[in-house]
Design a protein around this ligand. Structure first.
Ligand code: PHE
Length: 376
C-alpha cells in the first residue's frame, strides 16, 4: 500500500500545527499520528485478527486487544484529543462505526459458538433407546439376594419381616434380653458405646451388637402370638481379618404362641436351610448358653464342600444360637410366660452367604469390588 495523497495532506497538517512549538521530539511527532489511514489500518488488523478467532478463549483475547479499555480502538479514541475539531468530526464517527462493527461481529461469534457447544453436548448425551446389545448394568448385591430369599422362605411360613434400630439403648441390647451387667459382651472390647456414662441402661446408647433387640421391640409392639424374622446389621468392636468384620448382618427369628416347642424351631431351620442350599442339610443341636433363652442351644450344620485341591470335604460347622425364650425376656416384652412360650434364633447372614458361595474373605462382601460382585 502506497503513501496516498490524503495521508500526505494529513502529515503536512500535523507538521504545520507543531511548527510553532519550541522543541517537539520525534516521538511526540510520531505519536500524533491519527490519520484516516491509520484508523483504517487498525480496522484491517482487527479484521484479520478476527478471522483467526476460533473459540471463546481467543475471542476474549481479541476483544481485549481491540475493544478493551486499553485496546487499539481506545488508543485511537484517546488520540482524537490531539486533533482539531474538523479532524475529530471526520475520524470520530469513523472510529465509532468501526468499533460497533467489530463489537457486533464478536457478539455474533459468541452466540454462534455457544449454540455450537450446546449442540455438541446434546450430541454427546444422545442415547439410542432402540439399541438392543447388552451393556453393563447394576445388579443386586449377593447379601441382599440372600436376605430376600430368606425373607421369602420365612414369609411363606407365616413370619413377618421385622426391623429395629441399629443405634440402640443399652437396655434393649442387653438388659431386656436378660444379659447380666457383668457379662463380657458389654465390655469395651466387644461393644461400640455411643454413651457409656449413665447409670440408667435406658439412657446409655450402643451400636447394637445383635439383632436380638428386635425381639423386645416386636413383642412390645404386637404382643403374642407372633412370628417374625429380623434381618439387619450389627456392630462389634473387633479387629478386622478374613473371618471377622466390625459390622456384619444377622437374621433374628422369633415365634411366640401357645405350646411352642423346640420341634417348631428345628422344623423352621431345616426348611430354611433346605431352601437356601437347595438340598437337605443335616442339623445337630447341642446345649449352649445365651442369657435370653432357656434352654439355650447351638445349632451346627453338616457342611459339604469342595476344597481348593478339588477334594470333597464335609464337617460340622457352628451355624447359630437358638433356644426357648427365657420367661424374663417374654415379660420384658409384655408377654405372660405362663400362657405363652416361644423360640428364638439368630444366625450370621454374612456367614451364610460365605458358606453358600464359598467366599473365604468376609471383607470382599463390603468391598464393592466389581469383579467380585459380578459373579453373583
Ligand atoms: N444374639 C445371639 C448372637 O448374636 C444369637 C442368638 C439369637 C442366640 C437368639 C439365641 C437366640 O450370638
Amino acid at each position: 500500500m502506497g503513501f496516498e495523497k490524503f495521508d500526505f495532506f494529513w502529515y503536512f497538517k500535523i507538521l504545520y500545527r507543531n511548527f510553532g512549538k519550541k522543541s517537539i521530539s520525534f516521538s511526540t511527532f510520531c505519536n500524533v499520528k491519527t490519520s484516516p489511514r491509520q484508523v483504517s489500518q487498525v480496522f484491517q488488523k482487527a479484521q484479520s485478527a478476527f478471522a483467526a478467532v476460533e473459540d471463546l478463549e481467543s475471542l476474549a483475547l481479541f476483544e481485549q486487544t481491540f475493544l478493551g479499555k486499553k485496546g487499539e480502538i481506545a488508543l485511537l479514541r484517546k488520540s482524537l484529543k490531539e486533533l482539531s475539531p474538523e479532524e475529530k468530526q471526520i475520524l470520530g464517527p469513523e472510529i465509532q462505526k468501526g468499533f460497533e462493527v467489530i463489537s457486533s461481529q464478536a457478539e455474533a461469534f459468541r452466540t454462534k459458538h455457544a449454540s455450537k457447544a450446546l449442540m455438541a453436548q446434546l450430541e454427546k448425551d444422545w442415547i439410542d433407546v432402540t439399541k438392543t446389545e447388552a451393556f453393563s448394568r447394576g445388579a443386586i448385591h449377593p447379601m441382599a439376594q440372600l436376605q430376600r430369599r430368606i425373607e421369602q422362605i420365612f414369609t411363606s411360613m407365616g413370619f413377618d419381616i421385622a426391623d429395629g434400630p441399629e443405634v440402640e439403648t443399652e437396655w434393649y441390647n442387653f438388659d431386656a434380653l436378660n444379659v447380666p451387667g457383668t457379662h463380657p459382651a458389654r465390655d469395651m472390647q466387644d461393644t461400640f458405646w455411643v454413651t457409656h456414662d449413665q447409670k440408667d441402661a435406658q439412657k446409655n446408647v450402643v451400636l447394637r451388637t445383635q439383632t436380638s433387640n428386635v425381639q423386645i421391640h416386636w413383642m412390645q409392639k404386637y404382643g403374642a402370638p407372633l412370628r417374625m424374622i429380623a434381618p439387619g446389621r450389627v456392630y462389634r468392636n473387633e479387629d478386622v481379618d478374613m473371618t471377622h468384620d466390625a459390622t456384619f448382618y444377622q437374621v433374628e427369628g422369633m415365634m411366640v404362641d401357645k405350646h411352642i416347642s423346640l420341634a417348631h424351631l428345628k422344623g423352621a431351620i431345616e426348611t430354611m436351610l433346605a431352601e437356601v442350599f437347595e438340598k437337605d442339610i443335616k442339623v445337630r443341636i447341642r446345649p449352649g448358653y445365651f442369657p435370653f433363652v432357656e434352654p439355650g442351644l447351638e445349632v451346627d450344620i453338616w457342611f459339604e464342600y469342595v476344597d481348593k485341591n478339588g477334594q470333597e470335604q464335609a464337617q460340622w460347622l457352628e451355624f447359630m444360637g437358638a433356644g426357648m425364650t427365657h420367661p424374663e425376656v417374654l415379660r420384658n416384652g409384655g408377654i405372660d410366660p405362663n400362657i405363652y412360650s416361644g423360640f428364638a434364633f439368630g444366625f450370621g447372614l454374612t456367614r451364610l452367604a460365605m458358606l453358600k458361595h464359598g467366599i473365604d474373605d468376609i471383607r470382599l462382601l463390603s468391598s464393592q469390588k466389581k469383579d467380585f460382585l459380578q459373579q453373583f
